[in-house]
Design a protein around this ligand. Structure first.
Ligand code: HEC
Length: 253
């Protein structure tokens, strides 16, 4: 019998299988037949994914620094357009960028099937919907690009972190109750740190090894424009003398 079937077949058409007749379309049991197929496909993807990360491992970067200088936080790329939107509504208006505009946009997207109920499917036959979508996409791409450019700019202009590789490990501050210590706290610590370990300006621990009192007076009076104003912001010569004398005692072994 099977032989007859074979001969009746029109060349080039799929062979009719007797068992297919008993199984009309859409009657395959969900469990276990269909689910099994799903699981097989799922496991294949999982194995492929595992292999992918084994051969392309993601390496950890620097240890997180709770007190970073010059770190500018930035969201992942797919949120950059929203991040950029916030910049157009600074301060008190930020709710426009966080709630109102994204709310209106996603509301319109949800309502799109009711707002645009045209039967036509070709994009050119639905000019309003197509134009709105293209414009929105272009705007998102442009804002993403703009956010990236502004971030690069900010990074390039950020103050460089202070190099502390040579900072003395014996970090005690020499303080014999000099008047200069108080001057330092008030006028210099903002940039050089209360602990003298540096902030915007370099660390000054052990600066007495580098300059004597007279040299310090000169260095401070001149300043380091633009990083440090002349006198470190002090115009009182007496105070500069005091702080210079105190700094010259900051010697480390
Ligand atoms: C606005 C920030 C700022 C203030 C305020 C400031 N400094 Fe500075 N200071 C700097 C910066 C930045 C540098 C390094 C500039 C450079 O190397 O280009 C510096 C450099 C120095 C140096 C040279 C350090 C070295 O290793 O060569 C000394 C000494 C110094 N400051 C002392 C002082 C004193 C004393 C005061 C307070 C009277 C003071 N600074 C106030 C920012 C500041």
């Amino acid at each position: 019998m099977a032989h007859d079937h074979f001969r009746d077949r029109i060349p080039g058409t799929p062979r009719f299988k007797e068992k297919d007749k008993k199984k009309p379309l859409g009657t395959e049991p969900f469990f276990p037949n269909f689910l099994l197929k799903e699981w097989i496909v799922g496991s294949l993807f999982l194995v492929a994914f595992i292999l992918w990360i084994i051969f392309n491992p993601v390496h950890l970067t620097d240890v997180a620094d709770p007190n970073p200088s010059g770190f500018i936080p930035m969201p992942d790329w797919y949120f950059l357009f929203l991040y950029q939107l916030l910049k157009y509504f600074p301060g008190d208006m930020v709710w426009m960028g966080t709630v109102v505009i994204p709310g209106i946009a996603s509301g319109l997207l949800i309502l799109a099937p009711w707002l645009d109920n045209s039967k036509a499917r070709h994009p050119f036959k639905r000019p309003v919907a197509t134009t709105a979508m293209v414009l929105t996409l272009l705007l998102m791409i442009w804002m993403t690009y703009e956010a990236e450019v502004q971030h690069e700019d900010a990074l390039a202009n950020a103050p460089k972190p202070v190099d502390k590789s040579d900072m003395p490990t014996d970090t005690a501050i020499v303080d014999e109750g000099d008047a200069g210590a108080a001057v330092f706290k008030q006028s210099c610590a903002g940039c050089h740190g209360q602990d003298m370990k540096g902030a915007v300006g370099p660390y000054l621990l052990g600066v007495g090894n580098k300059y004597d009192a007279a040299q310090l007076e000169e260095v401070i009076t001149k300043g380091f424009p633009p990083g440090m104003p002349p006198g470190g912001g002090l115009s009182d010569k007496e105070k500069i003398k005091e702080v210079a004398a105190w700094l010259s005692k900051q010697k480390q072994k």
